[in-house]
Write a protein that binds this ligand. Structure first.
Ligand SMILES: N[C@@H]1[C@@H](O)[C@H](O)[C@@H](COP(=O)(O)O)O[C@@H]1O
Length: 245
């Protein structure tokens, strides 16, 4: 695992986007596995700037990690909306090359199988990840086991509470989601996990340096041969050898 610590989220985003840029330039039909969340915003800002400076993203196929169940695509908190607002509206990736799970599919089992087909056709070259404060990646929540395939997941009370601040009241906070499983994540050629802020310091240290455990899903990344962890000082402060700020 490579660990890179930056002074600002902006610089971290530039670095992570430069890693994606290299893959995009070197691959005929690059497949980008994409994530949502506040943490990855500097990555998308940097990627949009790179495109404006000439990087050709039109050959990219994008596959998002997850989506809430029950939110329409245009709901302000849907991951569809997030991705269009922060990336797809600003770059030239054809809509037909964009893949996000459909959280309003009538048959969610069929939707999960459809998504796995997409993943089989397009193995991921570059997988961007954030990390939940409980160690989840995508919405692979802490559990006794980790599911390999795309699946429906009941969000943990911790995740629901964490998300509540984005919704007007508790009733509207999604309680379940569709998420890619750990197989497609681990099969990505290269993985970049970003984390910022004091609240992630503990889980980052446990995921990177602790045991590989299903109750810390991100720890499974220790098994992958090409993972870069992109941090700021605050999220890195509990890593061995770093001074407390
Ligand atoms: N499903 C997403 C994850 O993919 C993301 O990593 C996490 C962290 O979000 P943030 O970056 O806002 O802390 O949020 C959600 O739970």
């Amino acid at each position: 695992m490579k660990i890179r610590v930056f002074e600002s989220e902006h610089d971290a985003g530039l670095y992570a986007a430069a890693l994606a840029e290299r893959i995009v330039q070197d691959t005929e039909h690059p497949v980008l596995g994409l994530a949502t969340g506040r943490t990855v915003l500097p990555f998308y800002e940097a990627l949009v700037r790179l495109e404006h400076c000439g990087l050709d993203l039109s050959r990219c196929i994008t596959i998002n990690l997850d989506e809430y169940i029950g939110l329409e695509a245009d709901h302000p908190q849907s991951y569809h909306r997030f991705m269009h607002e922060h990336l797809f509206h600003h770059v030239h990736i054809p809509e037909s090359q964009i893949h996000i799970p459909n959280g309003t599919a009538l048959n969610l089992d069929v939707e999960c199988a459809r998504y796995d087909e997409v993943l089989n056709r397009h193995p991921i070259d570059f997988q961007l990840l954030g990390i939940g404060v409980n160690g989840h990646v995508g919405f692979n929540e802490p559990n006794d086991l980790l599911q390999s395939k795309t699946h429906v997941v009941n969000l943990t009370p911790e995740t629901i509470t964490h998300n509540a601040k984005f919704f007007p009241d508790m009733d509207q906070v999604p309680k379940s989601a569709i998420t890619m499983g750990v197989q497609a994540i681990l099969q990505a050629k290269q993985i970049v996990l970003m984390a910022f802020g004091e609240e992630k310091a503990d889980i980052v240290a446990r995921a990177i340096h602790g045991e590989v455990r299903t109750d810390i899903p991100a720890s499974i990344l220790q098994l992958h041969r090409d993972v870069t962890i992109v941090l700021d000082e605050a999220s890195a402060r509990k890593l061995p050898g770093r001074k407390y700020l």
